[in-house]
Design a protein around this ligand. Structure first.
Ligand code: SF4
Length: 438
């Protein structure tokens, strides 16, 4: 029997898909690439943007023909999209050929439900409204064997006014440090070199424990693992990034010098409307402290352009933050109305054309800064974890620095998965090029 998992959305979803794949392999299925070769198709959905939902509905609609040709095909739809009130019932009405519907808190039930469905039951829907206990020891089929994602917590308590995540992923629940350490120990023994600790807001890890144990304490413990070479984490919330955490990272051996700090907007008025819980001044202080304690740090961010009510002055504040902080890179998004969130009901939505105009100005500014920062690295020596062949130049190899910059260089297959030193010879906006130091 063959299966395929199609993933939409963020890194948390990608990792959930690794668990879905792990469970399918545990019950004897083999992975395939094409839907037409599969006996079971699982669509792991996202609902962060309405455009993503439309693409998912289109993808599911295209499977109708396959189901007609192969009535034994089991189609499962799981994840965030179904967690919205009434969404599961609406989906079954629209696509009655879907066999199983699973919410974000129910994915561990996949093997059981597949077996029930094979036993002839009608379409099954399991969408728990509230989060249950954390399920440990689920099988995981990882993508690749160099870098591994490890979920350290689930859910989010923040309710940023544009975001649907807290409504579909539930409240924050942290995994016990012992369970995380055990998983990372196994990854190290299997030869993985890098772990990415995942959570919607990793900086509030442990706040739900009765004993005092926070994210900095967790990093300190993971840092002691002798087999893992690099530790990364995502996503950070600037409001919860403590001085203790900066100090811990500055003293650690393996936690990489890359800080991804989504600022989202540069105007205090808009930050308040977004319910982000910090001001631009607090953000500047955090950046200053990071630069003082970790001088080699790279700092990247996420920015939303055109949040409701964003004026020219608010937008100028965002540009000002970019000039003052000088981010290594910024991931920029046009604000997109997400029904079910407070921001969707706000008046003064910014016209689409204006949002696009502002986005272009912002990207032009950020690209020139990224390039200038990268050019300063020409002539330096960087430690690179080799990940594989380059996507753009197939005779070249590619890897990342500790600061998360992509480096392209001539190499050979035997280097994949190893740490090498590279002389940086030239810089582009999005990557560096160099030669390995033998
Ligand atoms: S911190 Fe804000 S943006 Fe991030 S998941 Fe939570 S509510 Fe959404």
């Amino acid at each position: 029997m063959k299966y395929l998992v199609k993933t939409f959305g963020c890194q948390m979803n990608e990792h959930d898909s690794e668990i879905l794949a792990g469970m399918m392999e545990q019950i004897g299925y083999e992975q395939v690439e094409r839907p037409e070769d599969a006996d079971a198709i699982i669509i792991n959905t996202c609902c962060v943007r309405e455009s993503a939902e439309n693409r998912i509905i289109g993808y599911i609609g295209n499977l109708k023909k396959l189901k007609e040709q192969n009535p034994g095909l089991i189609i499962t739809v799981s994840g965030c999209m179904l967690q919205q009130p009434g969404a599961a019932e609406k989906l079954i009405k629209r696509a009655p050929f879907v066999d199983l519907v699973l919410g974000t808190h129910n994915i561990h039930r996949l093997p059981q439900l597949i077996s029930e469905r094979q036993g002839g039951n009608e379409s099954l829907i399991e969408v728990a409204e509230t989060e249950g206990d954390i399920q440990e020891e689920l099988p995981v089929k990882r993508q690749g064997n160099i870098k591994a994602q490890v979920t350290i917590m689930y859910g989010c308590n923040n309710f940023c006014s544009y975001c649907i995540v807290p409504f579909v992923r539930g409240r924050e629940r942290s995994r016990k440090p012992e369970a995380i350490e055990k998983e990372i120990k196994c990854l190290g023994a299997e030869g993985f070199k890098e772990v990415l600790l995942l959570g919607q807001n990793v900086n509030s890890y442990g706040l739900d424990f009765t004993e005092a144990f926070d994210f900095a304490d967790l990093l300190e413990r993971v840092d002691r693992n002798p087999d893992i070479e690099r530790i990364r984490y995502m996503t950070s919330h600037p409001r919860d990034f403590t001085q203790k955490l900066v100090d811990t990272i500055s003293k650690s051996q393996k936690v990489c010098e890359h800080f991804h700090l989504p600022i989202q907007a540069g105007s205090n008025r808009i930050l308040k409307q977004m319910n982000r819980g910090y001001s631009r001044e607090m953000y500047f202080e955090l950046v200053e402290s990071i630069r003082e304690k970790v001088p080699k740090a790279s700092i990247t961010t996420d920015i939303i352009v055109g949040f409701p009510g964003e004026t020219d002055d608010d937008f100028a504040d965002t540009l000002d933050v970019i000039k003052r902080v000088r981010f290594d890179a910024a991931y920029t998004f046009l604000y997109s109305r997400r029904s079910g969130t407070p921001a969707a009901k706000m008046s003064e939505q910014v016209p689409a054309e204006e949002k696009k105009r502002r986005l272009q100005i912002l990207m032009d500014l950020e690209n020139s800064i990224s390039r200038e920062i990268n050019e300063k690295l020409v002539g330096t020596r960087e430690e690179v974890l080799v990940e594989g062949t380059s996507k753009t130049k197939d005779i070249m190899f590619s890897g990342r620095t500790r600061t998360n910059k992509i480096v392209i260089f001539p190499g050979n297959e035997s280097m994949i998965g190893k740490l090498v030193n590279v002389n940086i010879m030239s810089a582009k906006t999005w990557h560096l090029e160099g030669q390995i130091i033998k």
